[in-house]
Design a protein around this ligand. Structure first.
Ligand code: GDP
Ligand code: FE
Ligand code: FE
Ligand code: FE
Length: 196
């Protein structure tokens, strides 16, 4: 495991060790799976494979940072106070990008935006946003009804993969009567709705 050392003053080994220290083994393995799948999707879509691999690796860096640290960051770092009405499921992308910049010293705006958008998607998504969003959903460790169809769809057509994932996530959230983050819904309306 190694990453190109152009996006941070930290070495590849330092980034890997720091991330490993932040999460349990299961989450760390997931991040490696997302990194590998992001590299594969980048190759298929003519995007920078090394950059996609790093973005995929760091996407859940902040997933297990304590809630109190999130609340403090949201209050003190200029985030929308409405975020306080949500939970770590939503925070770890949007606020996670802040922790990655602070701790891993990755400042590349494309990587940080891809992390920001990886849970909810967004109305506008760059190629890297789509790669990380979809890789998170279909990495080899994922196992849920529909994952094989999600993989086939995404490897054939990245935009279709985004749409498949958003439809699946909306169904899952509505099924358990979970509160939908507005940006998730906005993304669904752009990427998942079929043409008339
Ligand atoms: P993970 O970090 O690898 O587990 O995956 P994600 O970052 O994609 O998603 C984290 C959690 O947020 C999952 O349980 C999603 O179902 C959930 N999630 C995604 N969108 C929304 C939303 O709009 N509202 C709520 N409540 N949860 C969401
Ligand atoms: Fe995540
Ligand atoms: Fe996701
Ligand atoms: Fe993830």
């Amino acid at each position: 495991l190694a990453f190109k050392e152009t996006y941070s003053p930290l070495t590849s080994d330092e980034i890997i060790a720091k991330e490993k220290s932040m999460m349990d083994e299961k989450r760390f393995k997931h991040c490696i799976g997302v990194s590998k799948t992001a590299r594969k999707l980048a190759k298929l879509n003519g995007y920078d494979e090394d950059k996609a691999a790093l973005a995929g690796f760091v996407h859940d860096y902040a997933k297990q940072i304590p809630v109190a640290d999130y609340v403090q960051a949201i209050k003190e770092e200029g985030f929308d106070p409405d975020l306080l009405n949500w939970s770590r499921a939503i925070w770890h992308g949007i606020v996670g990008a802040y922790f990655i910049k602070r701790d891993l010293q990755i400042a590349d705006p494309e990587i940080l935006t891809a992390v920001n958008r990886h849970t909810t998607g967004d109305k506008e998504m760059t190629t890297l946003d789509k790669i990380v969003f979809v890789a998170d959903f279909i990495e080899p460790g994922r196992d849920f009804p529909g994952v094989e169809e999600a993989r086939e769809t995404a490897f054939a057509d990245l935009n279709a993969g985004v749409g498949y994932e958003l439809a699946h996530t909306l169904e899952y959230l509505a099924e358990k009567r979970a509160k939908i983050y507005p940006r998730t819904l906005e993304a669904y309306n752009v990427w998942a709705v079929s043409a008339d």
